[in-house]
Design a protein around this ligand. Sequence first.
Ligand code: ATP
Ligand SMILES: O=C(O)[C@@H](O)C(=O)CO
Length: 422
Amino acid sequence: MTLALGCIADDYTGASDLANTLTKAGLRTVQTIGVPADDLALPEVDAVVVSLKSRSIPADEAVARSREAAAWLNARGAGHLMFKVCSTFDSTDAGNIGPVTDALRTDAGEAIALVTPAFPETARTVYLGHLFVGAVPLAESPLKDHPLNPMRDSNLVRVLARQSRAGVGLVDLAAVAQGADAVIARLDALAKEGKGAAIADAVLDRDLAVLGAAALTRKVSTGASGLGLGLARALVAAGRVASAAAEADLGGPIGGPAACLAGSCSQATLGQIARAEAAMPVRRLDPARLLSGEDEAGAALAWALERIGAGPVLIASSAGPEDVAAVQAQHGRDAAGHAIEAAMARIAEGLVAHGVRRLVVAGGETSGAVVDRLGLPAFRVGPEIAAGVPVLRTTDRDMWLALKSGNFGGPDFFADALRLMP
Ligand SMILES: Nc1ncnc2c1ncn2[C@@H]1O[C@H](COP(=O)(O)OP(=O)(O)OP(=O)(O)O)[C@@H](O)[C@H]1O
Ligand SMILES: O=C(O)[C@@H](O)C(=O)CO
């Protein structure tokens, strides 16, 4: 298997977002969970997205895991490596976007890497290095209250510079508008100035095609699904993959009980949970009980098992910024986050042990905890539920999943997802 594109994603929902984008753009794509074992049977594909859970771990661990993934992808002949990060640039001054990009770039012998989280389809645009989420700058968006990495600076040149070894420059929209050659020239000039990364502006899909073509002239780039779209278009245009790949045969209906789990505290997910109340029973996890050592996960599981015979259920830990802040003040941000993720994973394990084969999970860290606990090795990518969220089918057993990035999906996401998981 020779890969046109090897991708390393820093969380599982982000990986399925990218796998969805690549599939739609005509690349045969598989999403693996972690670095695959050498004996994992994979179909013939153009792209592999290795999903890591490295967004919110110490930077040195994120670098080590990303390098391991890069080595696996390079051993399969990956023509280009893309490090998939969040379209809202979720990171802290300690990393991990800068340290991982630095490491992958230097390992590949490159002087500079193009970096852009722009993804216009989900209203993430970058102008003069400033990231906009919809109509507002990043630092005024709900991401300012993210439970793990509050984003309080919209200037990504500054944000990335604080977490990078080498300096960071800008490829502005004026250069992008002139086409790939102008972007390549700008990257070369920035590299000569000693910059190791360049934030690239992009406002429209056509900007992504330019950035993809420019990025492909180097071995490593970093971005969100928009960059994936640009890279995929450039690969198809260059004849390096068979375009318009036939839709993968995902297998027939699975049926049986279905459940949804939400650990994301994003505004989008909070709204989707509220809407789900009209469609299915919803149980709110009580973080205070859980963190005080009571068996809240067991109680929620028992609640679900009493109901899943009659239809889907939703269990959510999600809460608004004030409640999240109160829990974090008492128990610490990471301890609270991990305890809630572990509870979700335990609930998922119990649900699957009782026959659930259709599972929707909201939140990247939450999805990571759940998928790890279930021990799922890889997914084929099915139809799109909403921008950035495909239906996934496990390669080793009959199970449907949807792993939703916190901010993605329409108001009725949970019902929309289950409709596409027969
Ligand atoms: N009520 C709560 N109080 C404090 N922390 C919570 C609460 N509910 C969930 N969390 C934690 O908040 C974090 C949410 O992160 P997660 O990645 O799952 O969602 P997200 O960041 O919105 O999604 P994405 O990464 O896909 O954008 C998790 O660590 C989760 O355990
Ligand atoms: O890029 C995005 O916004 C998503 O794929 C994601 O990674 C959110 O966690």
